[in-house]
Design a protein around this ligand. Structure first.
Ligand code: SF4
Length: 225
């Protein structure tokens, strides 16, 4: 069963909004831009409708480049196989801030208010990240209640996990319940939505929380973490 979490509060971090806008810690926005950022963060709070969803699935088998879940849901990724061989369950999750913020961004663009649109869009990206952290924390609490720990979270499109595998995640999620749909190109609507998977395994398993990148020999990978 898909579990839903709604009606929770989140805090949009101005520093993170600045980071989405391309500012560095050493060189933040000037005074007038900072005022716009504060105003658009305020507007974002009025527009976001945070909600997140998750479902736990048992892992049946882990092969070299496949993770087979209950109901024969199949995750195709050597990277995830390396992580999930230390897990016995996964949580498939979806987090969204709803459609209203991106509709307002479109309006601002059409009105030629490009800076405000960009700042509001960045505020939405940061809000979506906070919603994703919220569902991750809930999954971590669930895992801890059973003496388990969680892996890092992963989304389709990361490393060797093809974006087309969004379809596997959406086999689990009910679009009517979540309000998030998937296009033929595997893009989500609303755009400010994040889907992904987290492994759950015994908390004393040292490798569980490690990044798969630590044992990867790919040179100069931009996604290394
Ligand atoms: S370094 Fe790059 S290729 Fe290697 S596991 Fe990390 S994301 Fe994947």
């Amino acid at each position: 069963m898909v579990e839903a979490i709604r009606d929770f509060e989140l805090e949009i971090d101005k520093d993170e909004v600045c980071r989405f806008l391309g500012y560095r810690k050493s060189r933040g926005p000037n005074g007038s831009i900072s005022v716009i950022i504060d105003a658009e963060i305020g507007e974002a709070y009025n527009l976001i409708q945070p909600s997140c969803f998750y479902q736990l699935k048992d892992i049946k088998r882990v092969r070299q480049s496949q993770v087979i879940l209950e109901n024969n849901l199949t995750i195709d990724s050597a990277m995830l196989s390396r992580i999930f061989r230390h897990c016995h369950r996964v949580a498939i999750f979806l987090a969204t801030i709803g459609p209203r913020l991106e509709h307002r961004v479109t309006e601002l663009m059409e009105e030629g208010q490009i800076v405000r649109a960009m700042v509001l869009d960045a505020s939405g990206s940061e809000a979506a990240e906070r919603v994703t952290c919220h569902v991750q924390e809930r999954i971590s609490e669930l895992a801890a209640a059973d003496g388990d720990a969680i892996s890092l979270r992963y989304s389709p499109g990361y490393c060797d996990w093809d974006i087309s595998q969004q379809r596997v995640l959406f086999e689990v999620m009910d679009s009517t319940q979540t309000g998030v749909t998937l296009s033929n190109e595997c893009l989500m609507t609303p755009l400010k939505s994040v889907s992904g998977i987290i492994g759950l395994g015994e908390s004393d398993t040292y490798q569980l929380g490690l990044s798969a990148c630590l044992s990867c020999t790919t040179q100069d990978c931009p996604n290394r973490r």
